[in-house]
Design a protein around this ligand. Structure first.
Ligand code: G3P
Length: 217
């Protein structure tokens, strides 16, 4: 399973990329607004740090505008993935991007039917929003299960990118359900390393080791 970071924060990206565990990056307009930095510059900086896919989202609502913006974003670096909203215009743009060899991440997916259309349009990635479905009382993870079944039934190449991840449990469940990737906020990514029994066990081991008075080196 590929693990992406869901942030435009270059310092946080560098810190976690140093673990060798970060396969890619996703951003969205809300995260870019929160960062308060120039969008194109940030995407360029991220692509200089990360070799894997870096999703950058268009802001246009119409197909022609999405194509213009997407081509500009794709020109920043070869690993840019153009993020397109799951709308009729977005899927027409997705089909054209696929014909031009530009990778796409179709975002704001909330139903399996939408995911089926995105795959037929030639999306490289589909982003089902797990947490936002949970927020409205649905079972977000059921959507991953449904999309996995549909894509496997018809051998679609579109990768399932579990998004709107809120907890380490979401990452585990997405992996169990067969998501190809999960995009994870940095605080949740850091939480993945931790378990209280690991910390307690390590404290005990280190206390006992100190009693031996030995040194390995
Ligand atoms: O980037 C898309 C998605 O991960 C957003 O998550 O927490 O704003 O629902 P969230």
């Amino acid at each position: 399973m590929q693990l992406f970071l869901d942030t435009p924060d270059v310092a946080l990206i560098k810190d976690l990329a140093a673990t060798g565990l970060v396969d890619g990056i996703t951003t969205n307009p809300s995260l870019i607004a929160k960062a308060g930095r120039n969008f194109l510059e940030v995407i360029g900086e991220i692509c200089a740090v990360i070799d894997g896919p870096v999703s950058a989202e268009v802001a246009a609502m119409d197909t022609a505008g999405m194509l213009d913006e997407g081509r500009k974003l794709a020109s920043i670096a070869p690993n840019v993935v153009v993020k397109v909203p799951l709308t009729r215009d977005g899927l027409i743009a997705t089909r054209e991007f696929a014909a031009e060899g530009i990778a796409t991440n179709v975002t704001l997916c909330f139903s399996a039917a939408q995911a089926l259309l995105a795959a037929k349009a030639g999306a490289s990635y589909i982003s089902p929003f797990i947490g936002r479905l949970d927020d409205v009382g649905a079972e977000g993870m059921d959507l991953i299960v449904e999309i996995r079944a549909i894509y496997d039934n018809y051998d679609f190449d579109t990768e399932i990118l579990a998004a709107s991840i809120r907890t380490p449990g979401h990452v585990t469940q997405a992996a169990l359900c067969g998501a190809d990737c999960a995009t994870i906020p940095p605080d949740v990514f850091n939480a993945l390393f931790k378990h209280p029994l690991t910390e307690r066990g390590l404290d005990q081991f280190m206390a006992d080791w100190a009693k031996t008075g030995q040194s390995i080196l």
